[in-house]
Design a binder for this molecule. Structure first.
Ligand SMILES: NC(=O)c1ccc[n+]([C@@H]2O[C@H](COP(=O)([O-])OP(=O)(O)OC[C@H]3O[C@@H](n4cnc5c(N)ncnc54)[C@H](OP(=O)(O)O)[C@@H]3O)[C@@H](O)[C@H]2O)c1
Length: 222
């Protein structure tokens, strides 16, 4: 039985991903922050606060001691702290980077020793982090949430950097999940969490060229 580790399975896209991978016969290791564990067969939940280095260290140790190697790691947990801002607010940038970038990287680096050879690390990014698309196709994003955009652009650079470091031994991808009806995406979004999870699943179980940025089977410009 293959194992997927998904951060942020308590709600939104992470929860839909958890359900999709369970349906597909995976063992799912999930993390929750304010959410609650959800005991069921083939699922093990761990507490994780990506803004807290001690929590990251203890969660990574607990997952390592759990004893399963990871075939797929999906870094899905994320925050949008400056939805109503049109210029960078330093405190909100700091909070955003702690979760979306620094915590996510710290967590990932600690889990590299238990990544399965030929495994896949999927960083849930956003077209909001694309230097090419911002202000062009993503008009609803224009001039808004700069800290979030900066965090996702930097996460994309981590994808490229880690892909180089792992040199094909483990595939590393950034994936845009679409505009999704969650607490973060809001009710007007295009996709249900289940539709988004389907697309992310398809990328995660395939082995696209490492270091790419994907949405709905297509390459997204950086
Ligand atoms: N929704 C969209 O339209 C959209 C578009 C582009 C990209 N994305 C990206 O997709 C991912 C999932 O977003 P979503 O829409 O599902 O958002 P969401 O419904 O707001 O869920 C956010 C998830 O992140 C977890 N989380 C928040 N703060 C955390 C922390 N400090 N430590 C650990 N986990 C934390 C939450 O855990 P708890 O519930 O346990 O608190 C929750 O599971 C994010 O990376 C987001 O940036 C979303």
């Amino acid at each position: 039985m293959k194992t997927v580790l998904i951060t942020g399975v308590g709600k939104g896209i992470g929860k839909a991903l958890k359900e999709k991978f369970l349906d597909e016969g995976y063992f799912v290791i999930g993390t929750f922050f304010t959410g609650r564990p959800d005991p069921q067969e083939h699922l093990k939940d761990f507490s994780l606060d990506l803004s807290n280095p001690a929590s990251i260290a203890s969660c990574a140790t607990a997952i390592t001691n759990f004893g399963r190697n990871i075939d797929i790691l999906i870094n899905c947990a994320g925050v949008l702290k400056d939805e109503d801002e049109t210029s960078v607010v330093a405190d909100k940038l700091r909070e955003t980077l702690e979760v979306n970038l620094i915590g996510t990287i710290d967590f990932t680096q600690r889990l590299l020793p238990i990544m399965q050879d030929k495994g896949h690390i999927v960083n849930i990014s956003s077209t909001a982090g694309s230097l090419m698309l911002t202000g062009k196709h993503a008009s609803h994003l224009e001039g808004r949430y700069p800290a979030y955009k900066i965090s996702k652009a930097a996460l994309n650079m981590y994808t490229v950097t880690l892909a180089k470091q792992l040199d094909g031994q483990v595939t590393v991808s950034s994936v845009h999940p679409g505009w999704v009806k969650t607490d973060m995406g809001g009710e007007d979004a295009d996709l249900t969490p289940e539709q988004s999870a389907e697309g992310i699943y398809n990328v995660a179980v395939s082995r696209p060229p490492t270091g790419g940025f994907w949405f709905a089977g297509e390459s997204v410009p950086w």
